[in-house]
Design a protein around this ligand. Sequence first.
Ligand code: CP
Length: 323
Amino acid sequence: MSPFPAHLLSMDDLDAEDIAEVLRVADSFVEVGRRANPKVPTLRGRTVATLFFEDSTRTRMSFETAAKRMSADVLSFAAGSSSVKKGESLRDTIETIEAIGIDSVIIRHGSSGVPAQVARWVDHCSVINAGDGWHQHPTQALLDLYTVRQAFGGGDVGLARFEGLQVVIVGDIRHSRVARSQITAYAALGAQVTLVAPATLLPPSLEGWPVVTVTHDLDKVLPKADVVSLLRVQAERGSGEFVPTLREYTAGYGLTVRRAAALHPDAVILHPGPIVRGVEIASEVAELPAALITEQVSNGVAIRMAVLFLLLGQVPVGGAHRV
Ligand code: CP
């Protein structure tokens, strides 16, 4: 088995074996999370910094919880109150952070490619992409896989179910780093991915993407779906201009109560959050047992613990960074 990558920048960095390894390691951390004191000493002496240049609730809190549960010291960088406001460049910010002695930088940025650029600048820090522009959000895809595997039996049984699994991803694919990460992840495990969106919310080209089916007819694909993964219309990336009205969007692409009734009994519904009730998902549907939205958030902590462990936990404190 090849060593785990030095940084986690994209789902393209991970093959099926790496993914299986992350999910297996996450199983141990799910068990840790159930303990009365859900803390292990694995990253004692390590320092992890979260650098979020874009808003976040789940990803930031999840990474910070994961690092603290592993006994790492956690620094939370807020761009709005940092020297970035005085004109300090990203490169100088990163050099400053590395000089302080940080072991891992978890970065979210509105521009695609920033985490990869940061990875080229650092000498000994591991860089984790917590979402960059429209590009990638790899830990979101990993926690989605974990949640689906858990729903279909967990362990190797659940993993085997991905072969031929019918995954339907609905919504704003064009602007979605989550969709790009999910498609690569599901394809790596042999799932069949169908994208459902209005033409305006699809990317101009799917060249270079894994093989996917594309349709505009959600009603037609729902009865065969094993997994329905919904995406938000991302107003902060201008998506609102790509649909006539949100009401029309919901009429064509929202998972309404009527549409949810067409799903087969074992199908599961995912959403990376934040959800916009009444737009991409009806409030009643979000509360169904098949909707695993809170399970995704819970599993995110264990997945991020696993990623931190695989990047940092196997290198001695003060040891050389693997490249
Ligand atoms: N799913 C997700 O990335 O949520 P946040 O924007 O709240 O981190």
